[in-house]
Each structure stands twice: as C-alpha cells, then as structure tokens.
Design a protein around this ligand. Structure first.
Ligand SMILES: O=C(O)CCC(=O)C(=O)O
Ligand SMILES: [Fe+2]
Length: 313
C-alpha cells in the first residue's frame, strides 16, 4: 500500500537569528582567546565588554569630537584636508567615493600628538588606551592561534606604526533620504584590526557570508572589533576581513558619532602568513609591505575587494 505523504503547501524557511558575538574580557584569558578566534573565523567581527577603558576617557573624546564638528565649516577647514590627516566632508578617499558624513583623520604616533591643546591631550589619552586594548586583543588572538605572543601586536606597538584615529560624524540627513540609504559605503578596512566605538545612534551594518546585511545595535559601553585585510592575509584567509557599511542617519534630532581606531603596521613591515599558520596549506597571498598595500588601496574604489589583487594565481 502506498501512503501519500502530505506536502505542506507553504514552505516555511526559518531565517536563523544571528547574534553578534559579545565577548566579556573579564573572563579567563584562555576562554576569551578561544571565543575571539571563533568570532574572527565566523564573522571577522565581535563586540567586547568589560574592556577596562574608563568611561571618562571615552566621554571626553566624544565631547571634544562633537565640539569640533559643531564648529562653523571655515574653522573646521583650518585643520587642512584629510590627506593624509585633517578634515573631510562627503568625499571619502581620492577615488570619487562619497558619503553622508564629515570626518577628521588624526595620526596616532607619539610625536604627532605632542600635547599642546586640550583636544590633543584628550586624543592622546584615548589613543593610548584604545591602542593598548587593540594590542591586548591581538595578543589574545595569538594565544588562541598558538603563535608567539606579540606576532601581531608588535606591529601596532611599533614606534613607526601607521595606526590612525578616524572620527566620523553623521549629522541627521534633512532632504529626501529614505530608509536604506547609505551613509558610508560598503568596504573592508585595510589595516590589521579596527576598534570602533559609537554613541547610541544606530547605523553600522556587517555583511554575513550569505550576503545578508546585519545591523549592529549601538552600545556606547562596548567596542566593536573588526578584522582588517592585513590580518586576513596573515592568517592565510582563516580570519575574515568583514565587509561593513554605515547607513545614513535618519534620526530627526540626533547626530551619530563613531570613533574608529585602525591598528596598522609600520610602512616598511613585510606582510606574510607565518609558517606556523600555513601548516600544510599553500599561501594564498603574495608577500607585500604595508606601504605597497596602502598605495594599492588608495588608488582604488572603497568597495573593491582590494586584497584580491595580492592573491597568488
Ligand atoms: O561609522 C561607522 O559605523 C563605520 C565607519 C567605518 O567603517 C570606517 O570608518 O572605516
Ligand atoms: Fe570601516
């Protein structure tokens, strides 16, 4: 006897709820190291809480940033255009990309921020704290991967490290903008690691492997951490340099501010996957210097997958 199977005419597809990993840095180092490596492999993105950076340092940096952005345009322009450091509005980079934001690019090396004004003092203590947190995270990654402790962090601690602080201000857009309009276009960050802190206005989204965009809920008490292209190259593609974007700020009365630290190598550092991480695999990427990578990045559009150019074919 043949029993007819009942076919449900409506096929329900359960879209898996994706939770962004939130990692509590006050847990044991070995547990945290494992969780971070897993997050870097699955998403290239996670949040950290209990990170140890004082609320006071973050708040002062936020207040000073708003004070700068609320100045009249001619005053903001006095700091020079954002090439390589200074003020920019709407134009992102030199290849024609634009966005619904204004921003300030600041150097992070000790000499450049010799303390002469309140603003520079505040930047200096924020950078010091966030650089230390970035290096701690890189050391936890090294532990999780079983490679020497300072394999990645020494590049960011190096005196000539090309690390950068970027302050992004997304004022509320006033004209004909719609839900879904972009504030800062899709890209991956070229450096080693990025630590982003935003105020409580939403906007950041990350791209999942299946091509869906996942909004990241704002949390002023957490830092968002994302893997950059250099760490994808140094792990031979094991870690994902996550593609992300920021949506235009449609809030009627609230500005969005993101303060973004990019941990970068010194210009002449050679970037290659160390033998311990290659195991028996062939290297995917050619060896290059950070300065070569940066030149390539700046000569191309924001949305390009710039690391592909360095693939061994
Ligand atoms: O403001 C944001 O949330 C994203 C900014 C960003 O991706 C960047 O500055 O590289
Ligand atoms: Fe970014």
């Amino acid at each position: 006897m043949v029993v007819a199977t009942q076919v449900n005419p409506i096929r329900m597809e359960k879209i898996r709820e994706v939770d962004i990993p939130v990692i509590d840095l006050s847990c044991s180092r070995s547990k945290v190291a494992k969780l971070i490596v897993k997050a870097c492999e699955e998403y290239g993105f996670f949040k950290v809480i209990n990170h140890g950076i004082s609320h006071h340092i973050i708040k002062e940096m936020e207040d000073e940033s708003f004070e700068f952005f609320y100045k009249p345009l001619p005053e903001k322009e006095l700091v020079g255009s954002a090439n390589p450091f200074g003020y920019g509005s709407k134009n992102i980079g030199l290849s024609g990309d634009t966005g619904e934001l204004e921003y300030l690019l600041l150097p992070t090396n000790q000499n450049a921020i010799a303390q002469t004004s309140k603003f520079r003092c505040v930047v200096s203590s924020y950078v010091k704290s966030v650089r230390e947190l970035a290096c701690e995270i890189l050391e936890l990654i090294a532990k999780g991967l079983g490679v020497p402790h300072s394999l990645f962090s020494h590049l960011v601690r190096h005196f000539d490290s090309d690390s950068l602080l970027r302050l992004n201000h997304y004022p509320p857009v006033t004209h004909s903008f719609h839900h879904g309009d972009i504030g800062f276009g899709e890209h991956s960050d070229p450096q080693i690691i990025t630590l982003l802190r935003s105020n409580d206005a939403p906007g950041l989204q990350i791209s999942l492997r299946n091509g869906l965009w996942l909004p990241v809920s704002p949390d002023p008490h957490a830092f968002c951490v994302n893997i950059g292209d250099i760490l994808q190259a140094m792990t031979n593609g094991r870690f994902i340099s996550v593609r992300h974007r920021a949506m235009a700020n449609l809030l009627p009365n609230q500005s969005r501010l993101s303060m973004v630290f990019f941990g970068a190598p010194p210009p002449e550092a050679t970037i290659a996957c160390p033998p311990q991480l290659l195991k028996r695999n062939k290297p995917i990427y050619k060896t290059f210097t950070w300065s070569e990578y940066k030149s390539h990045t700046y000569a191309h559009r924001l949305g390009e997958t710039r690391l592909d150019h360095f693939k061994i074919t």
